[in-house]
Design a protein around this ligand. Sequence first.
Ligand code: DC
Length: 227
Amino acid sequence: MTRAAVITIDGPSASGKGTVAARVAEALGFSLLDSGALYRVLGIAARKQQLNLGNHQQLAQLAADLKIEFGNAGPGSVWLNGEDVSLEIRTDAASKLASEVGAIPAAREALLQRQLEFRQPPGLVADGRDMGTIVFPNAELKIFLTASPEERAQRRYKQLIAKGIGAILPDLLRELKSRDERDSQRAVSPLRPAADATILDTTRLTIDEVVTRVLVLAAASMGDGTP
Ligand code: DC
């Protein structure tokens, strides 16, 4: 195979994509694209500069100029213009900003080329909302992870409590549903499975079970050298 293989993992927030994508990438020795982190960084960069999100041209310019470093201070670390923003991009405020900038076509366009550059041999696992539909439509394997909103809110709740961050389950569920709504109803690159994606409902599966299933599918789609 001459070009780098791509596995796309799309799905709604808290569907487990991030964890699954990182584990699959590690198991295969592939690089990882957390595309949501790009939208999150753009959202907080816009806020830091007090940029009006209605000014799409300035937002696209900002997206093109951002100096983002992934993993330079350990796995999962994200730096923006020399500043560690790893924790800041995971806050609820950053999630909301990311979803808002993600609905702006000029911002998506400006981030597209950056995402394509992550495709390096031997391969890439790309996690997001439109990896299989728009960014890597010719990926070797496309996965779409789902889980019920209640299960996803519960997962997020447990994560936050484990980190010592206070959380209210009904509030989390409401925010998650409104982000789902914005991500799937937007005009550009809405959250939806690619026609050739394998849909995995993870409501009753553990992370280990999901990772195993994805690795089995990856072996079937790439292991024997057939495209
Ligand atoms: O995957 P995540 O929760 O980190 O994504 C945060 C937000 O970024 C999500 O609500 C919508 C936006 N996003 C997007 O529009 N397209 C992507 N490929 C990834 C994320």
